[in-house]
Design a protein around this ligand. Sequence first.
Ligand code: DGJ
Length: 375
Amino acid sequence: MKLKFSIIISFICSLIFGQNNSFGPGKFWKDTEGVHINAHGGGVIFVNETYYWYGEFKSEGKEGNTALKGVSCYSSKDLYNWHNEGIVLKVEEDPNSEITKGCIMERPKVVFNKKTGKYVMWFHLELKGEGYEAARAAVAISDSPKGPFKYKKSYRPNKGVWPINFKDEFKSPSTDERNLKSWSPEWISAIENGMLVRRDFKKGQMARDMTVYVDDNDKGYLIHSSEENLTLHISELTDDYLNFTKKWSRMAPAGHNEAPAIFKKDGIYYMITSGCTGWDPNEARSFKSKSIWGPWETLGNPCVGKDAELTFYSQSTYIFPVQGKNDQFIFMADRWKPDNPIDGTYVWLPIIIENEKPILKWSDKWTLEDFNQKK
Ligand code: DGJ
């Protein structure tokens, strides 16, 4: 009865005030001022009864995928209606700054650090004019979820440190690796055995697509596409979440995964990723593990139904729990529009877990109430 009443009230509000009362994956999603939300490759946190959505602020035209403004933030009480809080990490005018206007800032994720009381933002940074060569993880910090975030620094993580469980024999090459043909069996096996870890050992490992995960015990991890996007790295963060502890592992070596998104349910970690096809969609992958350090078991494509082989024309970016529900997780993904990035839309879907496997089904329109019906 209570449920029906709230559905009727939200329907009436949507008619009178133009409010949203459902999710419409892939459609233009208007903020409370009627403007399409501009927070791509993003993530969501919940603080003081409010959700905050951070993402890449895109601009019109082909140049719009570079950071011309910075990272945007929106706030919401109900996950359907989002208020624009503005740009919370601004690019800088100083041409010598690492985050000068025109650099690339992708996939920003914010977490709260209970020890320091600070909000910590990690993102993938590429230096202006250098394409995707720098492959750095960058960090910024704020006293408030609404920013402003102050840029701190960027890293090539895990400089001079071998991953855990890395065999001694892999620490130096057994044969000449220089002339191996890409994707030949010998080359794949060399990648699996750490050829690129060795290459980047002194300089630090690459960090492109990434997410941040804070576990139940408050330990933080950066999960990043590394080794030319061929292998994911899971790097433990220091207690303040601003640096790396030197403990790290490799996941799915030579698996070619991007866009990692992670959640944990009933003690099991689940990860959803994509393949690597630039801005074009491809088939998602899923994994599970009893430990963040693996071994990770491959579970295949989590999407089912029409367009499942293209992740419903989207690419994962984040997974978060509905507040107070430890069994309701929302999958966030982007439908990129590289010709006019500002038109990119968002695909949010409820995650169904069946026999320890995450399942994503398309829905044109859904509400949080649908979680209850899925039980
Ligand atoms: C795919 C990545 O997932 C995006 O974040 C972005 O880096 C594009 N590649 C660039 O082509």
